[in-house]
Design a protein around this ligand. Structure first.
Ligand SMILES: [Zn+2]
Length: 161
């Protein structure tokens, strides 16, 4: 009987057949679950990632502001001011700083500018022979000096002009 021609495998001659799949895959290292290279300790469960201490301890409260102590400065000055006292040609009740008491001023009339002007005016208008000296006898034309009756200190001067 005529046999079928053999399968032409001559073209494959010279090429060794590839190794079976099982042999090829058997050499591949199989993944075997083993101990992990890193310890799998549950860090989150044991301790928090950062210390949960009170932040108030980390940041202490600021020290209380030192309130500036303002002490009222009380300065007592004794000023002798004859406020409201107007020296005219009449005695006035004033405070004498030397006697430290209220006294009534003593008047002293002295010849001032008005006295001399009056004398000159009378001389111009013909009042010779002593008539021009009348203003030196009139107190209303003289300046007034207020003195203390006790210590005779000058408390004020009133000038006509
Ligand atoms: Zn006095």
């Amino acid at each position: 009987m005529a046999s079928a021609p053999p399968f032409e495998t001559s073209s494959l001659v010279g090429y060794p057949p590839p190794p079976p799949y099982e042999e090829t895959m058997g050499t591949v290292p199989q993944y075997t679950p083993g101990p992990m290279p890193y310890p799998q300790t549950d860090v989150k469960a044991t301790q928090p990632p950062y210390p949960q201490q009170a932040y108030g301890q980390m940041y202490p409260p600021p020290p209380p502001q030192a309130q500036p102590v303002t002490t009222p400065v009380v300065s007592v000055q004794t000023v002798y001011v004859q406020s409201g006292v107007v020296f005219r040609d009449t005695p006035v009740l004033v405070h004498c700083p030397v006697c430290t008491q209220h006294v009534t001023s003593q008047l002293e009339y002295t010849s001032g500018a008005l006295t001399w002007l009056s004398c000159a005016g009378l001389a111009i208008f013909g009042c010779f022979y002593g008539c021009c000296l009348i203003p030196f006898c009139v107190n209303s034309l003289k300046d007034v000096t207020h003195r203390c009756p006790s210590c005779h200190r000058t408390l004020g001067v009133y000038t006509r002009i």
